[in-house]
Design a protein around this ligand. Structure first.
Ligand code: FAD
Ligand code: SF4
Ligand code: SF4
Length: 503
């Protein structure tokens, strides 16, 4: 064992210093800076170099974590980058946004945590490796050595679509990436706020795909101005990677009042303004009492965005307690530091256009015609666990209370849009409400049509979407290899995109 490693005995876990809450709520920039070279080397050197590294097992990409930690500790950064990107298309992105406390750095994953030393800061080191590589110019477009003449259409330019595009382009295929938005990134550009990951981090990856020859078609909506039949005819294979965007309904009286909005509408409106696609956010929390309903990371992103927009107050109503919420504990901490409040074990019952102070003196006056002014909720107690082991909340009778609200954000989660509708009946949905496909081949009911990412898994994580993109790329490449040979360059091949290649 090199003496540069196993420093956990004398060196504690340490992250880079976060910006102070006071400073960070003044803008939307990232709250956590990169490690310096020395900090990254020191933190990487804490790794025990386990024979069976559970960190790697719990990373969805099975990154070779111990080896790139060792290389970082030894200052071999270029090697570390090439090793990191061999299994992960976007290491600096995962280093920033993976919920490491539930994956590679979970208490059951890193041996050091189990021994009471605190996990290795795996995500922060991975980010440092990626950022160092970009700064040094080691990140290059994966331009194919030869072209196959085959063409693939990918719908959805999120992490799944982008990873699939990079892999399939490197394999020599013509890649057309279609998206409803004007730029690539999916939720990484339009959902995940800049205080978790700044836009240029995604934009430079998008630029790299363009340099490799991936052709991006923004403003194309499957089922609207992009017909599935045309797509299927134009390309040898199609990948559906359109994510999960349909908001779950609140199912509450008053849900249709003005000022009650889905979380994605709110976050997209903020992102588009910050990117410069609009002059100002179409939905602005400035000066408003904001209530966010839900307990996942999306809820936290909405709360922290509202704080930055200058909301009067931001409260999250969540029906379970802190220990049983689905969101990352790290993100709850960030939201609390920034002044957002959590009302644990509270379940909304109705939304009203009558102000709180009026309802207090006129309990029967719970109007529902105008803009929202009040949320009525009740307390819950946690009952028996469900089949997934999560304790079920039960309303406590006689515990109703009201909260003032002039912006209510529904962050209850998302469902996958009906593929059957988007493809005019060619592709089916599973009984779990996801795009149905063979588990191994990823092929849907339509020949040559594949699915990846949240559209296949349901709402998940960027790192799982990257894995999906890599796996579907392998499946598509194998499928293309089974198609009959052709050599008529005038009518086939890449003439479809105006670039003859065979000559
Ligand atoms: P998406 O990223 O959703 O991309 C799908 C793309 O398809 C989008 O660009 C969309 O515009 C496009 N599209 C949709 N419908 C159509 C259509 N009909 N026609 C054309 N294009 C279409 N994960 C993490 O790991 N860390 C986080 O911190 C994190 N934070 C999140 C915060 C929020 C608010 C949300 C909602 C999710 C978050 N996630 C996070 C989850 C993560 O972003 C997703 O799991 C991941 O982006 C899914 O990747 P995808 O490529 O399958 O889909
Ligand atoms: Fe950890 Fe995510 Fe990196 Fe895997 S990709 S090592 S889970 S930060
Ligand atoms: Fe290093 Fe922790 Fe992984 Fe072991 S589990 S190899 S200590 S990062």
């Amino acid at each position: 064992m090199p003496d540069r490693m196993q420093k956990y005995v004398t060196l504690g876990r340490r992250m880079a210093d976060k910006r102070t809450p006071r400073d960070r709520v003044r803008d939307h920039r990232e709250i956590l800076p990169d490690f310096t070279k020395d900090e990254a080397a020191a933190q990487a050197s804490r790794c025990e170099q386990c024979g069976t590294p559970f960190c790697q097992v719990y990373c969805p990409l099975h990154n070779n974590i111990p080896d790139w930690l060792k290389m970082t500790a030894e200052g071999r950064m270029e090697e570390a980058y090439h090793l990191a990107q061999a299994t992960n298309n976007f290491p600096e992105i995962c280093g920033r946004i993976c919920p490491q406390d539930r994956l590679c750095e979970a208490k059951w994953a890193c041996t050091l945590e189990q021994a009471g030393h605190g996990t290795v800061t795996i995500g922060a080191v991975e980010r440092h490796i990626g950022d160092t590589a970009w700064a040094a110019g080691w990140v290059k477009p994966r331009v194919p050595a030869r072209l196959t003449g085959r063409s693939v259409g990918i719908v959805g330019a999120g992490p799944a679509g982008m990873a699939a595009a990079e892999e399939l382009r490197a394999a020599g295929h013509a890649i057309h990436l279609y998206d409803r938005h004007a730029r690539m990134g999916g939720l990484m550009s339009y959902g995940i706020p800049e205080f978790k990951m700044e836009q240029q981090v995604v934009a430079r990856r998008a630029g790299l795909l363009t340099e490799a020859g991936v052709i991006f078609h923004g403003g194309k909506v499957l089922g609207s101005n992009l017909a599935f039949a045309d797509l299927h005819k134009q390309h040898d294979a199609v990948v559906l990677a359109y994510g999960a965007y349909q908001p779950r309904k609140l199912d509450l009286p008053g849900e249709d009042l003005a000022g009650v909005i889905p979380a994605m509408d709110y976050l997209v409106s903020s992102s588009r303004a910050l990117i410069g696609e609009t002059v100002a956010p179409e939905i602005d929390a400035a000066g408003k009492w904001v209530v966010v309903i839900g307990g996942g990371d999306t809820a936290m992103d909405c709360m922290r965005t509202a704080v930055r927009q200058g909301a009067e107050g931001v409260t999250c109503l969540y029906r379970r307690d802190r220990a049983n919420m689905p969101g990352s504990a790290r993100e709850v901490g960030h939201a609390e530091e920034e002044g957002a409040e959590f009302d644990w074990q509270s379940q909304p019952e109705a939304l009203s256009d009558v102000p709180v102070e009026v309802i207090a003196s006129r309990p029967e006056g719970f109007g529902q015609r105008d803009a929202v002014r009040t949320v009525r909720a009740c307390r819950t107690r946690l009952g028996a666990p469900d089949t997934a082991g999560r304790k079920q909340p039960e309303p406590v009778s006689g515990s109703a209370f009201e909260v003032a609200a002039d912006l209510v954000i529904n962050a209850l989660g998302f469902m996958v849009e009906d593929a059957n509708r988007l493809t005019s009946g060619a592709v089916n949905m599973s009984s779990q409400g996801r795009v149905a496909a063979d588990r191994e081949s990823r092929v849907t009911a339509a020949p040559g049509v594949f699915v990846a990412g949240d559209a296949r898994l349901g709402p998940s994580l960027a790192v799982w979407a990257i894995r999906e993109g890599r796996e579907v790329a392998g499946a598509v490449d194998r499928y293309l290899g089974t198609l009959p040979e052709f050599c008529d360059a005038d009518t086939l091949c890449e003439t479809r995109i105006g670039v003859p290649v065979c000559g």
